[in-house]
Design a protein around this ligand. Structure first.
Ligand code: AHR
Length: 518
């Protein structure tokens, strides 16, 4: 097997200049088809929509009177595209916004709702026309579970307790009656409730010890309403803050159902870099940073194992994704960024990692759904009504059959590359799962920008037919915009050849392939 390192490639002038290279690496994958034990929770494919920039206003919501086609105020094109993804869960209203949000400002006649300044995100004026009803009705339209992030930072215990009663209480409770007066008699079903967000930062700048006490106090008054058991999520660590997890697990482990962690793929907060103009070196650094999520997840899981060996408490990666410089000409603080083939590779790699840890990692929410950070969808910032699906959208669509399938462990032997910082990046990432109907779903990622990969796969199961799709681009920097909506989109992949219980295929450079093997 040839072994090129990025450093060596630079020295010899190979430097991955072309994607039509005839260079080829080889890799072997062996799927342990009989060892599947754990289901890939569909919530791993969760989404996050914050009152930030144009995620809600202009992205999901345009209001009933908009000239842009809409279903009761929700953009028709966006809703239909999201329905195709089978979104399982949607987290709202933040993020940092959640700890500034007072839900009572967002109910009742829209024209009478008070405005507020969105202090976290560009100082934009928020008119509260999208509130609890609008969010929960959107979840019903998408067929997903709502995940509410409650305000611990600047709210009160009473306010949070009343919110739970408003959403899920029967009409013989004071808040249930108020909901009825506002047009909704039947309580909504709300399963996931986050008690604060980033309590170590924008959610109140607390220590883990202080937050643990706050969690106890708020949690006490969040009363389950008839037929609605809340799944209580503690505000977790930022990536490498293992102490936060350790303290919370010991102090409030008994009281929570899940603990969150946030992991953004950023190499340098001071110089995030451009979304669509970056060097090959930057690309490999991004891949390395993205794959470091596995070390982070593994370490948090180990700490949770110390006090919860039976894995009752879930780990939710309830914010993750790439974070680049904002696009020139957009409103500062709105975190509007383009999305290239690199983002698609990051999404596929991260999802492959989450699949491996499904025993503990039972939810992940990409940040964010529309127009913010690593979005599924971009809508025209000038309100012309255009919409474009990003490469990341296509990964979520190609991967959707992993939802609720049984994860199959596998072993990979492949080349690795070295980044300019000397860290290793494997050229191949893969994940396999078995659906209820027996179909094996297999995702394969070739991170190498220059070399295709000849791949031999031991399926260790009989197979008669295989079909699949590939996502790639002529250049790693390729992206879709409003005038070129289909530069990066999935194509049929016909190159996989079955031979008894094995399969051979060639993965092009910088590509993602998802196969269905029957
Ligand atoms: O997703 C953007 C922001 O990132 C969220 O509001 C916050 O929770 C995180 O720091």
């Amino acid at each position: 097997m040839k072994r090129y390192t990025l450093a060596l490639a630079m020295l010899t002038g190979l430097m991955f200049l072309t994607t039509n290279s005839t260079l080829a690496s080889e890799a072997e994958i062996s799927i342990r088809a009989n060892q599947g034990k754990y289901k890939i929770n569909k919530e791993i494919y969760g989404q996050f929509a914050e009152h930030l920039g144009t995620c809600i206003y202009g992205g999901l919501w345009v209001g009933k009177d908009s000239p842009i086609p809409n279903i009761n105020g929700y953009r028709t094109d966006v809703v239909e595209a999201l329905q195709r993804l089978r979104v399982p869960v949607l987290r709202w209203p933040g993020g940092c916004f959640a700890d500034d949000y007072h839900w009572m400002d967002g109910i009742g006649p829209q024209s009478e709702r008070p405005s507020m300044r969105n202090n976290n995100w560009g100082g934009t004026v928020e008119d509260n026309s999208f509130g609890t009803h609008e969010f929960l009705n959107l979840c019903e339209l998408l067929g997903c579970e709502p995940y509410i992030s409650g305000n611990v930072g600047s709210g009160t215990v009473r306010e949070m307790a009343q919110w739970v009663e408003y959403m899920t209480g029967t009409t013989d409770t004071p808040m249930g009656r108020l909901r009825q007066q506002n047009g909704r008699e039947k309580p909504w079903h709300v399963k996931y409730f986050g008690i604060g967000n980033e309590a170590w930062g924008c959610g109140g700048n607390m220590t883990p010890e202080y937050y643990s006490n706050e969690f106890r106090r708020y949690n006490t008054y969040l009363r389950d309403q008839p037929g609605n058991r809340l799944y209580r999520i503690a505000s977790g660590a930022s990536d490498y803050d293992y102490n936060w997890t350790r303290v919370l697990m010991r102090a409030i482990g008994r009281r929570m159902d899940a603990l969150s962690v946030h992991y953004y793929t950023i190499k340098n907060w001071g110089h995030k870099g451009k979304a669509t103009a970056f060097s090959d070196e930057e690309y490999y650094l991004t891949v390395e940073k993205c794959l470091d999520v596995e070390n982070v997840v593994r370490r948090h899981c180990q700490i949770m194992d110390e006090t919860d060996p039976d894995k009752r408490i879930a780990l939710f990666v309830d914010e993750w994704g790439t974070w680049w410089d904002e696009e020139p000409g957009t409103v500062p603080g709105h975190l509007y960024q383009q999305n290239s083939v690199r983002d698609a590779i990051v999404a596929a790699l991260m999802l492959n990692v989450y699949h491996k840890y499904v025993e503990r990692v039972r939810m992940a929410n990409i940040a964010q759904m529309v127009n913010v950070l690593q979005a599924m969808i971009l809508t025209d910032q000038k309100d012309k009504g255009h919409m474009v699906l990003t490469p990341t959208y296509h990964v979520f669509e190609m991967y959707r059959d992993f939802q609720e399938a049984i994860h199959l462990p596998l072993d990979i032997q492949c080349d690795s590359l070295s980044t300019v910082e000397g860290k290793k990046v494997p050229s191949i990432s893969a994940s396999a799962a078995r659906k209820d109907d027996g179909t094996m779903v297999l995702s394969l990622v070739n991170t190498n920008l220059a070399e295709k990969c000849d791949l031999n796969i031991q399926l260790n199961a009989t197979a008669k037919e295989v079909s699949g799709r590939i996502l790639t681009g002529d250049h790693i920097t390729d992206f879709n915009d409003f005038s070129h909506t289909d530069v990066v989109k999935p194509q049929e992949f016909k190159d996989a050849k079955l031979k008894k219980d094995a399969m051979h295929l060639t993965l092009p450079p910088k590509s993602i392939v998802v196969l269905h093997v029957k």
